[in-house]
Design a protein around this ligand. Structure first.
Ligand SMILES: NC(=O)c1ccc[n+]([C@@H]2O[C@H](COP(=O)([O-])OP(=O)(O)OC[C@H]3O[C@@H](n4cnc5c(N)ncnc54)[C@H](O)[C@@H]3O)[C@@H](O)[C@H]2O)c1
Ligand SMILES: O=C(O)C(=O)C[C@@H](O)[C@H](O)[C@H](O)COP(=O)(O)O
Length: 644
C-alpha cells in the first residue's frame, strides 16, 4: 500500500479518510486498524466529544438532550475536519447534521475520501447492542437500529464517495480493502459522443470488475497474453465468483497479437461459444492486447460491452483511455480500427509487480509526451525522480514512495488524455496533439518490424518533432536540448538511424494525420503549447535549417514574436503566411506590426485564415503582433514560406 506522500510533499491539513456508518459497523475498530497499517494517527469523534464535554455521551444526552449534543458534535467534527491529517471516524448520527454534511461535501471536493462502512445489519446490530451505552438504541434496540438504518442509509450514500461492504471479511482484510480504496484515484471521462466511464487507478482496482461489467452479461471473454497469466488468473477468479461464464482466450504477445488473423480467431470462438450482444469482453494486458481486445469488442455484433484492464505502464497511461482500438496491417501501425469507448478502465497497480524494467521505462515515453504537450508538472516529477524511475523493479515497488510517484504520474497522464479525448473523441483537431512524437515514432516501429517498443519509438519521435519545431522557427533550442536530456535521464532512446530518410518519409505520408499529399505533424511552440505543423519545409523535415528564414522567439521580456533573418527576402514573391493554430479556430488578431509599420491583415473564413499581404512590407528583423500575447499565439507562421 502506498504511503500517500504526494509529490508536492505538502503537509496534509485534512484527514486521509473519514469513516461513516451505522452504530456497530466497526468504524472505530477498522479505523484504528487502517491507521496502524498506514502509520497514521486515528481520532474517534465520540472520544473527542467526551473529552470536550467532560462526561460520557449517554450522560450528556440524559442531561441536555440530543439537539445540544448535535451542536457540540458539529463543532468538534468541523474542527477536526479542518486540522487533522489521519484517519477520522464519525459517530453514526453525525452525517444527519446539515452543517456536517456541508463540510464533508467540501472535504470531498478537495479530494477527501468519505468511506461508508457498510456492515451486515445483523452483525452490526448485535455489536451495537453489546455492552449497552448507546443512547440512540434505548427501548427495543433492534427495532430502533433498523429504523435508524432506514433513515440514515440514503444519507450515508449521498455523503460518501466510497462504499465498503464488510460482510464476511475479517477486520484486517476489511481495513486493507479500505486502505486500497482510499488510495485509489479515479479519472472520469465524459464528453460529446462518449458514454461516461471511470479510469480507476490503484492497488486492487481489478476487484471492481463485476461492478463495471454489470448484471447483464452471462458470458465474458477474458482476452490476455501468457505474460500476464498471474493477473488474468485473478481476474478469472473474480469473474467466476461473481457468476459469469468465463472464456479464457490467450493471444500472441505484443504486436504479434494485433493482427486480423488473431481477431478472426476470436470472432470464430465467440461465434462458436454463443456470445450475444449482451455479453462482454475483458482485455487484460499491455497496450497491444487491450487494443486488440477493444477492437474485437467494437466489432463483435457491432459492439459489445468492453472493460479495459491495462497491466503495463504505457497501457495504463495511454492505451486504456480514449477508445482507440485497432490492429496493424502490413502497411502500417493501427491502420484498421475504431473509436470504441470502454465501460470502464481498471488500472490495478498490483499488475505492475511483474512488469520488466525495460517495459516500464518504455511507458515513461508516453508519460513525458503528456508533460510536453500539456502538464509541465509531469516533467518536473520525471526530473526529480529520474534515477528511481529508471531503476524500477516490479518486485519491490509496492509500498514504497516510488509507488506514490508512479501513481501520481499515471493519474496526471490519464487526465491529460481525458482532457483531449473528452473534447475531441474522433480526432478532428485537439486530440491530434496526443500524437506528438508519433509520426516519426510509428515509422520507426514499422521499419524495425516492431522490434522497437512503441514508447521508445515515441521518445525518438519527440526529439524529431522538437527539432522540426525548432528548425521551422517555432521552438527555442533550450527546449530541444531539454527534451533530449530528460528522455536520456529516464533511460529512453533519443536517436535512431535504422533507415534512410526517404523510407521514413514514405511511411510518414501514410500516417493517419496526413491529408492527401500533405504531411501533418504535431509540433511544439513551448512546453504545454503543441500546434499543428502542416506541410513543413522539406529541408527542415530532413533536419536542414538552410531554407528557413525566420525563427520563432517568445514574447517574454519584450523579445520578438517572429524574427525574420536579415538574409531573407520577404515580399510579394515570397509571401509570409500566417494560419490559425489549428483549423476550426478563428484567429482573433487581425493587426500586426512590422518594425513599427502597422499592417492590417484580412480575416478569412472557415479557420483557413491566411495573410500574405502584410509580408510585402515585411523586412528582416523583429515582427511583433499588435494583438495581446494570447491573441497572437493563436497564429503561427507556417514554415518554408519565406525563402531567401
Ligand atoms: N489505444 C491507444 O490509444 C494506444 C495508446 C498508446 C499505445 N497504444 C498501443 O499499445 C501498444 C504498446 O503498449 P505496451 O507498451 O503495453 O506494449 P505491449 O502490449 O506489447 O506490452 C509490452 C510487453 O510487456 C508485457 N507485459 C505487459 N504487462 C505486463 C505485466 N504486468 N507483467 C509482465 N509483462 C507484461 C506484454 O506481454 C508485452 O510483452 C502498441 O501497440 C501501441 O500502438 C495504443
Ligand atoms: O489516443 C490518441 O489519440 C493518441 O494519439 C495516443 C497515442 O499515444 C497512441 O500511441 C495511439 O495509439 C496512436 O494512435 P494512432 O491513431 O496514431 O495510431
Amino acid at each position: 500500500m502506498a504511503h500517500n506522500h504526494r509529490h508536492a510533499g505538502k503537509p496534509r491539513r485534512q484527514p486521509q479518510a473519514v469513516i461513516i456508518g451505522m452504530m456497530g459497523a466497526g468504524k472505530t475498530r477498522l479505523g484504528k486498524e487502517m491507521a496502524q497499517m498506514r502509520g497514521l494517527p486515528f481520532l474517534d469523534a465520540d472520544v473527542e466529544i467526551e473529552r470536550e464535554i467532560g462526561m460520557s455521551i449517554p450522560d450528556y444526552f440524559a442531561q441536555y438532550g440530543e439537539p445540544a449534543f448535535r451542536e457540540v458534535e458539529r463543532d468538534v467534527v468541523c474542527d477536526i475536519l479542518d486540522s487533522f491529517g489521519g484517519i477520522f471516524s464519525l459517530g453514526g448520527g453525525a452525517p444527519m447534521t446539515k452543517a456536517i454534511r456541508r463540510r464533508l461535501a467540501q472535504y470531498v471536493a478537495r479530494g477527501g475520501k468519505v468511506v461508508y462502512l457498510k456492515a451486515d445489519p445483523h452483525e452490526a446490530m448485535e455489536r451495537a447492542n453489546r455492552g449497552g451505552g448507546r443512547p440512540m438504541l434505548t427501548g427495543d434496540a433492534e427495532k430502533r437500529w433498523m429504523s435508524l438504518f432506514r433513515q440514515r442509509d440514503p444519507v450515508y450514500r449521498q455523503v460518501a464517495n466510497l462504499v465498503v461492504p464488510t460482510r464476511g471479511m475479517t477486520p484486517k482484510a476489511a481495513a486493507k480493502r479500505m486502505i486500497e480504496m482510499v488510495a485509489e484515484h479515479t479519472v472520469h471521462v465524459d464528453g460529446r459522443g462518449i458514454e461516461p466511464y471511470d479510469v480507476r487507478i490503484g492497488e486492487g482496482a481489478l476487484s471492481h470488475l463485476p461492478e463495471v461489467l454489470g448484471k447483464q452479461p452471462v458470458r465474458v471473454a477474458l482476452i490476455h497474453t501468457q505474460s500476464v497469466q498471474r493477473h488474468s488468473d485473478r481476474a478469472r477468479g473474480l469473474l467466476r465468483q461473481a457468476g459469469y461464464e468465463v472464456s479464457d482466450i490467450v493471444i500472441p504477445d505484443a504486436e504479434a497479437g494485433k493482427t486480423i488473423e488473431v481477431a478472426n480467431g476470436i470472432w470464430q470462438r465467440l461465434g462458436t461459444e454463443g456470445f450475444t450482444r449482451s455479453d462482454a469482453i475483458v482485455g487484460i494486458g499491455g497496450g497491444a492486447c487491450t487494443d486488440l481486445a477493444g477492437f474485437v469488442a467494437a466489432t463483435w455484433m457491432r459492439g459489445i460491452r468492453y472493460v479495459n484492464c491495462p497491466t503495463s505502464l504505457l497501457a495504463m497511461v495511454d492505451a486504456s483511455t480514449g477508445g482507440k482500438t485497432g490492429i496493424n496491417t502490413p502497411q502500417g501501425k493501427n491502420l484498421v480500427g475504431s473509436f470504441y469507448t470502454p465501460a470502464g478502465v481498471l488500472a490495478d497497480l498490483r499488475t505492475l509487480t511483474t512488469l520488466p524494467n525495460d517495459i516500464f521505462i518504455e511507458g515513461l515515453g508516453e508519460v513525458a509526451k503528456s508533460g510536453f504537450i500539456m502538464d509541465p508538472q509531469i516533467l518536473r516529477i520525471l526530473e526529480d525522480h529520474a534515477a528511481e524511475l529508471r531503476a524500477f523493479s516490479g518486485e519491490t515497488f509496492l509500498g514504497t514512495p516510488l509507488e506514490d510517484v508512479v501513481s501520481e504520474l499515471i493519474e496526471r497522464t490519464v487526465r491529460v488524455k481525458a482532457h483531449h479525448v473528452s473534447a475531441d473523441l474522433r480526432e478532428a483537431g485537439l486530440r491530434e496533439f496526443l500524437n506528438y512524437g508519433h509520426t516519426f515514432g510509428h515509422a520507426i516501429e514499422q521499419l524495425e518490424h516492431f522490434r522497437w517498443r512503441h514508447g521508445n519509438a515515441v521518445a525518438v519521435g519527440m526529439v524529431y518533432a522538437a527539432e522540426l519545431s525548432s528548425l521551422t522557427g517555432h521552438l527555442d533550442r533550450d527546449t530541444v536540448d531539454y527534451t533530449r536530456s530528460l528522455l536520456t535521464s529516464l533511460g529512453l532512446p533519443t536517436s535512431w538511424n535504422g533507415a534512410g530518410f526517404d523510407e521514413v518519409l514514405a511511411l510518414m505520408h501514410r500516417d493517419k494525420k496526413a491529408r492527401g499529399n500533405t504531411l501533418r505533424f504535431v509540433g511544439l511552440e513551448q512546453v504545454g503549447e503543441p500546434f499543428h505543423l502542416n506541410d513543413p519545409d522539406s529541408e527542415a523535415g530532413r533536419g536542414r535549417p538552410s531554407t528557413v528564414c525566420r525563427t520563432r522567439e517568445w514574447n517574454r521580456s519584450g523579445r520578438c514574436e517572429v524574427n525574420i533573418r536579415p538574409e531573407c527576402k520577404v515580399g510579394a514573391d515570397h509571401p509570409y503566411t500566417l494560419r490559425p493554430r489549428y483549423s476550426g479556430e478563428q484567429p482573433t488578431a487581425t493587426n500586426w506590426r512590422d518594425n513599427g509599420n502597422e499592417v492590417t491583415a484580412d480575416q478569412g473564413h472557415g479557420g483557413q485564415w491566411a495573410e500574405s499581404g502584410a509580408a510585402r512590407s515585411a523586412s528582416a528583423g523583429c515582427v511583433r503582433f499588435a494583438g495581446s500575447r494570447g491573441a497572437a499565439s493563436t497564429l503561427h507562421p507556417v514554415g518554408g514560406r519565406i525563402r531567401p
